[in-house]
Write a protein that binds this ligand. Sequence first.
Ligand code: AMP
Length: 279
Amino acid sequence: MKIWKTVASPMGDRPGNRRRVLVPTMGALHRGHGELIQSSRNAVGDGGEVVVSIFVNPLQFAAGGDYEKYPRPEEADDEFCREAGVDILFRPAPEEMYAADFSVSVDENLLANTLEGRSRPGHFRGVCTVVAKLFNLLSPSAAVFGEKDFQQLAIIRRMVRDLNFPIEIIGVPTVREADGLACSSRNQYLNSEERAQGPALQRALQEARRLFAEGERSAEAIQSAARNVIANAPLARIDYLEVVNADTLQPVTTADAKSLILVAAFFGQTRLIDNLRLS
Ligand code: AMP
């Protein structure tokens, strides 16, 4: 495995124009990232390169957020990538990615105005900007993102369409712990009581799906049933819980086959997100 630590590496060159699939991450790698790497291996074909980027992107964290304390287990991540058969690990330094007088960024202005975008102003500007930079630096033929961050995946697809990046975007279903909690680098912040109550999010979304399958179509009724499940986890404080159209991310009053339910909740200082299609 090659490790590239500088943006000056000859990264845009793909010898023989071989396929290259990129998995952008912030590190603290877990089984969810492992699944993305596996999908990129399947997508890259013989002779292609799987590139994992690890970059804790300051631009997507709010002031006073967890940027400083975000886990950075470099050796474990190296080992994880080696074992997963990654060809190139790209780990640039923040001062190389952003010049001191950095002044150009990428904004998506429709899908980013709701849900995570409303709770975390500027977050998706940070995400779009860093992903656009990684695309320019590495020239991948495809890039892989998790459905766990459903809104992020939708916004990246929109950015690629609207800015004509010649890059295929591949979505990968959410990987979960045995009890249903979505794998996340932030799960390690949870104390044991919070960890025990974390699966309430997924249970609530499953309850929403069950109601939909039984014929319930009122988004309000579905949301309120899901909220009631989370109420059984007293350490959870809901930030948002909404049934939306999966394409537009706009709230719906009547659920249908295109509906998706998303939740964000705090457990102590830790904010977790999850989502599920209703059908
Ligand atoms: P992160 O390192 O948290 O920024 O995530 C990097 C990529 O991994 C993003 O595309 C995430 O959506 C994806 N990801 C994170 N957790 C999971 C998971 N549990 N299942 C599937 N993909 C995930």
